[in-house]
Design a protein around this ligand. Sequence first.
Ligand code: F6R
Length: 618
Amino acid sequence: MCGIVGYIGKQKAAGIILEGLKRLEYRGYDSTGIAIWQDGHFAVAKKVGRVANLEPETAKHRFVGTCGMGHTRWATHGGVTDANAHPHVSSDGQIALIHNGVIENYSSMKKFLLDKGYTFKSETDTEVLCNLIAYHYAKEPESTDPDESRFVISVRKTLRHAEGTYGIVVMAADHPGELVTARKGSPLILGIGDGESLVASDVAAIVSRTQSVVYLKDGEIAHLKANTFSITTLTAGDVSPVIDKVTWSIADAELNGYAHFMEKEIFEQPLALENAMRGRFSEDGSTALFGGLNISANEFRGYDRFMFLACGTALHACMVTEHLIERFARVPVECDYASEFRYRNMPLFRNTLFFVMSQSGETIDTLGAMREAKRKGYKVLAINNVVGSTIAREADGGIYQHVGPEVGVASTKAFTSQLLIGAMLALYIGRMRDMSFSEGVEMVQALKRAPDLVRVALQQADHIRGIAQRYTQYRDMLFLGRLSLFPIALEGALKLKEISYIHAEGYPAAEMKHGPIALISEQCPSVFLVSSGEMFNKVVSSMQEIKARKGKVIAVCTESCKLPEGLADELIVIPECHEAVLPIVATIPVQLLSYYMAVELHRDVDKPRNLAKSVTVE
Ligand code: F6R
């Protein structure tokens, strides 16, 4: 949520910042802005809309300065206007600030500042924080310690009063060539380049300039100059920074000939699944192995129950995982919305191991739920994609998804890799309990075939595009499935609504009779997810109930399903597969259907309205 980029070095900063902002646009895209220090003042350009709208403005400014910062906004306080866009400059012109997060006590700060004569041009909490830094900056005498300058001290003093969340970058008029950056609850990464320093809310913005990064932690303040940087804490303690190497390159975050990142990421899934499973099966080929759990097999065996917490698409992956662990390992599993778990104070069983799933590892609701579980004394493992994310660092251990950057706002390859890891966990836990060697070998073989089965499912793309073209006039759709395909129905409905803005709901197929069937008419088609197992006849009955009410049926079926003649208006056939792989393969058609429908409707597929890739505010 909100993209942040700061640069300081020998090059002209504006081009580097704009380039970074384009790569971060998926984090927030209602307005953008840039501030460069030049000719003794902050030159600022801000514009409602995408980075492309800002470019002509920046051209007018002829930015030449070598120190600056830029921001893509996802509005929280204050509407989407040029004035509310960041950067904000304090009313005395001394401080410029960009901010990701929410300052909860900004009203009392604003009252204090109004009394002191500060004025405001926007409705944002950010402008208040900016002026409070200016207030402290004006009062603070210059110090003799270059790392502990009046600039750093005034930011620290301000942040001690700030309640809420923030990732900020600050520039100060009397300290040109310096940036101060700090975080609490919003990710920030420092890039340590050759004679230049960068800061961003996401590695994607800086990886073209350096692969050496420092993940800033909550409560830390970094002071950046072109050739040096130092980190302290809010309580002025020193921090010894650890420089990490980013393992992916800029090419991983480029379109490479695809029309959209979502399309690229859908078609990347066979490779993504191979990467997610690489090196994670035992030598005897009967179970899964995970390097980073930090829990011995013995301890793992001791848990009586697992609890999975996540949001959105990741929660759907948890629901499939629940089904698979209960089915193959016979251990009770519960899933909950992270945002609800955090506040509802449910009675918990003692011997429970918690898992949180999050592609970004920054989702504030999931992070909050994880902290709540830890506070109550539970161990929490994280399944997450972004290396070094806050959730990954705060968890007791975990499993990285290893699918590379996911840029499309609608999650695709991250989801199927979460399904794969969920299936591998079911195998791992099952093999510690009742699952036999031969069942384990069979499941490992099946999981290894998943990438090829996904390749086969992707061959239906043109056929699905044809179906999509025939269904764009509908305003409502149902997605229906049973058992492990019910969460895929939820996921299909979520994908469709978030990128095409067509209203869609997912239900267990039989549940449809208990209310949603009232929606069925010629105007409301249903997508059924069907496999040839024990539920086949029951799902066929549900389809017949829809047909009897003139509803159109799009059936996604495994090869051996023999549907009664004429029951499905549209048929999408997927390969027959093991129960643990079925949800992965069945996901492909619903992703493609949503994608092509959104394209037909000329939606902005990678940046759907009102959404942001990583939701770092509550
Ligand atoms: C939908 C989607 C969201 C995310 C949710 C959690 O396509 O991407 O529903 O799944 O915001 O995000 P992460 O997994 O980053 O915690």
